[in-house]
Design a binder for this molecule. Structure first.
Ligand code: HEM
Length: 545
């Protein structure tokens, strides 16, 4: 659910949508200059980081507390390395990393992950940790996130995991066409350098991901309205930046900063006001249906209708609550998905030997089968994506849980109220104890053995470093924590992987791809999260089909 801040180059469309006037597509007020604010935040963190380097090694009593604070602040820019170093030193044991806001305790291994999973929400809460990250009171139009999931939360999670996923076969064929068209349009807009068109890959994939997940969450009509999608996308960026500003303020300043942020960011209100009348209308339709007035009530396929469908009988959803929940699902759906699709394409540029077998899988009916059965299809591509996500992790930690009351883990580690208990997901993925030859990129490491053996037999790929048994990117287990663990694991993972597969498949089937500068940096990080750079360019050359 990581959500860094990127501005997508949105294009207006002619589609009409409630709230937008045809012919004069309203782009809404621009959000404040978040980029300059984010640059300041990064600048401050960089100074703090430098100071840390200057004083390190001097262990005087006076310097120690200052050093500890500086080290905590350096987590903002150096989080992945701090977590990975901690993991290596701990040698499988529990370790902690101090950050500006909280102490994060990391556990790994089957027993410890099961212990984390089995704790009640009164002891460890995903939602309390999410509240700290999102500051929803200030940034999400007043959304109140409870400490525990409750019946309404379980229904809402089922809406995403089951109903949204079941709808995928109906949207994927439409999305395939829409994605192909959009890729061609964005490519055509690229800069020409030395006679060759270049494309900024990550911004393009953010647009494609928004189109794809937006179609599932908001429905086809809203998602094909570029002005609406621009507002919806800017909302995510504003929430991330606004929440970060409140989080970085001293405790006493938090309410003032919170009010400032609420006043400054308009995109949550814009999105809320656009979705609210739709939710109102749906509630009216439901009333008419309940009253059995014999009237034909339209059927809808979007998050609003699925939330209403899965709501427990004793929970009366208001339009406000429905819209807030839709906005919360939308918030977490874009950046990690686009990150994984983008890094998979980089990996294909760096390991082009995988292109032929992946294209062959698409061509021999794999793509059509995937559209019919999105959670099963394309086993080779599934393995390639999983390997790419393992080698270039999107988040160095997973299973965030806030400690609600002090207690001790089975190994004796004491947890204090407000600490976080997490898993070092990325380091586990790079550990030889779980993955043989972990630094080697083996695209078909997770694919069914017979499939890879047949490709190896005809010389298409080498046998590689197979895992003892095949697995999928959406699987959750203590050695694969990309989507969390247990009953709280990500319900949107089927949509996310279907989105990534349809984007990657439509790029590689129709274009040859080359990185303009394979040596240029492609990521940076904030806290524990990796972020794709927006300026990494590729050359997409149309293939003769
Ligand atoms: C590659 C993309 C994604 C990644 C890496 C990801 C990862 C995660 C993780 C790690 C969690 C927490 C699980 C835990 O702590 O045990 C989570 C929760 C969640 N994710 Fe995702 N996610 C992704 C895409 C999506 C999408 C596309 C959606 C929406 C359709 C979504 C909706 C949610 C929701 C609603 C929760 C909260 C679950 C609950 O309340 O029970 N995610 N995700």
């Amino acid at each position: 659910m990581a959500s860094p801040m990127i501005n997508g180059p949105w294009q207006p469309s002619n589609t009409t949508t409630p709230g937008y006037v045809e012919g004069e597509v309203s782009w809404g007020p621009e959000p404040p200059s978040w980029r300059s604010i984010s640059n300041s935040v990064i600048g401050i963190a960089a100074v703090v980081f430098l100071a840390n380097v200057l004083v390190s090694g001097k262990n005087s009593l006076l310097l120690k507390p200052i050093q500890r604070r500086i080290k905590a602040w350096s987590y903002l820019l150096d989080g992945p390395a701090m977590i990975h170093d901690g993991y290596k030193k701990a040698n499988g044991k529990t370790f902690d990393v101090i950050t500006p806001g909280e102490r994060i305790v990391f556990v790994s291994g089957h027993k410890a992950v099961k212990e984390l999973e089995s704790q009640p929400e009164t002891a460890l809460s995903l939602y309390a940790a999410s509240r700290k990250i999102l500051m929803p009171k200030y940034t999400m139009h007043g959304l109140h996130i409870q400490d525990s999931r409750g019946a309404a939360g379980a229904g809402f999670s089922r809406a995403v995991r089951v109903l949204l996923t079941n709808n995928l076969p109906r949207v994927l064929p439409y999305l395939g066409d829409a994605i192909r068209t959009r890729i061609a349009e964005i490519r055509a807009e690229g800069h020409v350098v030395d006679g060759v068109k270049q494309t900024d890959l990550y911004p393009m994939f953010l647009q494609l991901t928004s189109l794809s997940t937006g179609t599932s969450i908001f429905g086809k009509e809203l998602a094909s309205n570029a002005a609406f999608m621009k507002d919806a996308f800017n909302y995510i960026e504003s929430v991330v930046m606004g929440a970060e500003m409140v989080r970085l303020s001293p405790k006493w300043l938090e309410p003032i900063m919170g009010r400032f942020v609420t006043h400054k960011i308009k995109t949550p209100e814009i999105l809320f006001n656009l979705l609210y009348p739709i939710a109102e209308e749906r509630l009216r339709e439901r009333e008419r249906e309940r009253a059995s007035l014999g009237e034909e009530v339209p059927k809808h396929a979007d998050m609003i209708s699925w939330i209403l469908e899965t709501a427990p009988a004793d929970v009366e959803w208001t339009s406000q609550r429905i819209v807030q929940e839709v906005m919360a699902v939308w918030f977490g759906s874009i950046h990690s998905t686009a990150f994984i699709a983008t890094t998979a394409i980089y990996d294909l540029c760096l390991h082009p030997e995988y292109l032929a077998p992946l294209r062959a899988e698409l061509a021999r009916g794999g793509y059509a089968e995937f559209e019919r059965n999105p959670t099963q299809g394309l086993p080779l591509m599934d393995s390639f994506l999983k390997e790419s996500a393992r080698v270039t992790p999107v988040d160095y930690l997973s299973t965030r849980r806030e400690v609600m009351a002090p207690f001790a883990l089975a190994d004796g580690t004491r947890l204090h109220k407000g600490d976080w208990l997490c898993t070092p997901a990325a380091s586990i993925g790079l550990d030889a104890a779980y993955f043989p030859e972990p630094t080697k990129f083996d695209g078909f490491r997770f694919a069914p053995r017979e499939l890879v053996a047949s490709l190896a037999a005809d010389g298409t790929v080498s046998e590689g470093t197979r895992m003892p048994k095949a697995s999928k990117i959406v699987d959750v287990d203590p050695s694969w924590l990309l989507f969390g663990t247990g009953k709280l694991s990500c319900p949107g993972r089927f949509l996310a992987t279907a989105t990534i597969k349809s984007i990657v498949a439509n790029v590689i089937a129709n274009y040859d791809i080359e990185l303009v500068d394979a040596a240029a940096p492609r990521q940076w990080s904030w806290r524990s999260t990796a972020v794709c750079r927006e300026d990494v360019k590729v050359v997409l050359t149309p293939r003769a089909n």
